[in-house]
Every structure is written in structure tokens, then in C-alpha cells.
Ligand binder design. Structure first.
Ligand SMILES: [Zn+2]
Length: 211
């Protein structure tokens, strides 16, 4: 794993699912990139969420700086909530994977209750089909018809502060740190406990290069 691309539907998905892994790989000198497929624009009075594109980009830029990873800013995103698989979208992602010589693509798990996540997974998996390694993550915890049963664990104990600091970049906009973000960190602790470390991220492997 030398050139790693983490693809999320929304700006915080990468940090939620693989923020610790990203920071760890970057600290080891790997090239880590983040790609977001939608503009993140979300307004929900009920949930107290009012997120616009520019502030999302600013938050993401700060988060990437904290994690030490590179954000792909040239990509023209779809509208949040309207991401759909098209050949054109898939090929734009494929072009990024090819031009950056990505050997490891980290994508959304295929089963999810958020439609953008489902479409992002399909777009990413197809676009990365020639990529040696594909791992799937789950950014939000849902009860699904297909169990998310990850078996590829990464010890992120030394990088948990970076992950939390990166997630906090989105706190003001999303106003849900005590729910989504904190639950995510608790799950990292749970997975860490199962592997006898403090914190771990866990992935569902889709394909691995033959050695
Ligand atoms: Zn999301």
C-alpha cells in the first residue's frame, strides 16, 4: 500500500470510516488522498443541520491538514442526496485512480441506508476494479439486511487524537458530535478491545493483490 485513495459520499465519511487509518498511513510516508463525491449541502431543521458547500470544503481542508492527507479538489461533485451511478461519474473516479496510480481504494460498504453511500459504493467499486486492493468501511451505523462484519483491523491507538480533532472540524456545522461522531469513536474502542489494542478501525476486504 503506497498510494491510497479514500472515497466518501459526504465530506465527513472518510474521517468517520478511515480517519485513523489515513493518519497512520500518512505518518508512514504513504500518499493518502481523499475524494468526496457530493457537495454535502444538507438542511434539516429537525436535526439542527445546516451545511453548505463552502463551509464543508473549509472543514474538510482543515481535517485533511490534521490527518496529513491530500484532498482532491478538482472533482466536480454531485448534489448531496442525488448521487447516482452513471458511466460518466464512474469514469471520472476511475481516471483519478488511474492517474494517481492508486493501489488501495477505501470505499463505502455496499449495504447502507443512506442512498448516497450506496451509490458511492457502487461507483467506487466499479471505478477501482483494476486496483489491487479494495477495502470497504462503514461511516454510519445502521441496522442492515447484510451484516457489516469487518475482518481487516488497523490499530489506530496512536492516531485517535488526530481522528477526533479531524472530526471536530465538522462539529459546528453538523452539531452532532455527541451522537454520530462519539458513537463512531466508541466503536473504534470496541473493535480495539476485540484486537487487544486501545482503538481500531475495521474494514471489509473486497479484493487483495496476489503476492
Ligand atoms: Zn455520509
Amino acid at each position: 500500500m503506497d498510494n491510497i485513495l479514500i472515497i466518501g459520499a459526504h465530506f465527513d465519511d472518510c474521517e468517520l470510516g478511515a480517519g485513523g487509518f489515513a493518519a497512520k498511513m500518512a505518518s508512514e510516508g504513504k500518499n493518502v488522498y481523499k475524494l468526496t463525491l457530493t457537495d454535502n449541502v444538507t438542511i434539516s431543521g429537525k436535526m439542527g443541520i445546516d451545511v453548505d458547500y463552502q463551509s464543508s470544503k473549509n472543514s474538510s481542508s482543515d481535517a485533511c491538514r490534521i490527518l496529513g492527507i491530500n484532498e482532491i479538489t478538482s472533482y466536480q461533485p454531485s448534489k448531496c442526496g442525488e448521487l447516482i451511478y452513471t458511466k460518466e461519474t464512474m469514469q471520472r473516479v476511475e481516471e483519478i485512480i488511474s492517474s494517481l496510480k492508486i493501489d488501495t481504494t477505501i470505499i463505502h460498504f455496499k449495504d447502507d441506508k443512506n442512498q448516497d453511500h450506496v451509490e458511492a459504493s457502487r461507483i467506487s467499486e466499479t471505478a477501482a476494479r483494476h486496483c489491487p486492493n479494495i477495502l470497504a468501511y462503514q461511516s454510519n451505523m445502521y441496522t442492515l439486511s447484510t451484516a457489516y462484519y469487518p475482518v481487516f483491523f488497523v490499530d489506530i491507538s496512536d492516531y485517535i487524537s488526530q481522528k477526533i480533532n479531524a472530526l471536530e472540524c465538522y462539529e459546528k456545522q453538523h452539531n452532532r458530535f455527541n451522537k454520530l461522531f462519539q458513537a463512531n469513536i466508541s466503536r473504534n474502542q470496541f473493535w480495539g478491545h476485540s484486537r487487544k489494542v486501545d482503538y481500531a478501525e475495521a474494514f471489509h476486504p473486497i479484493q487483495f493483490k496476489l503476492e
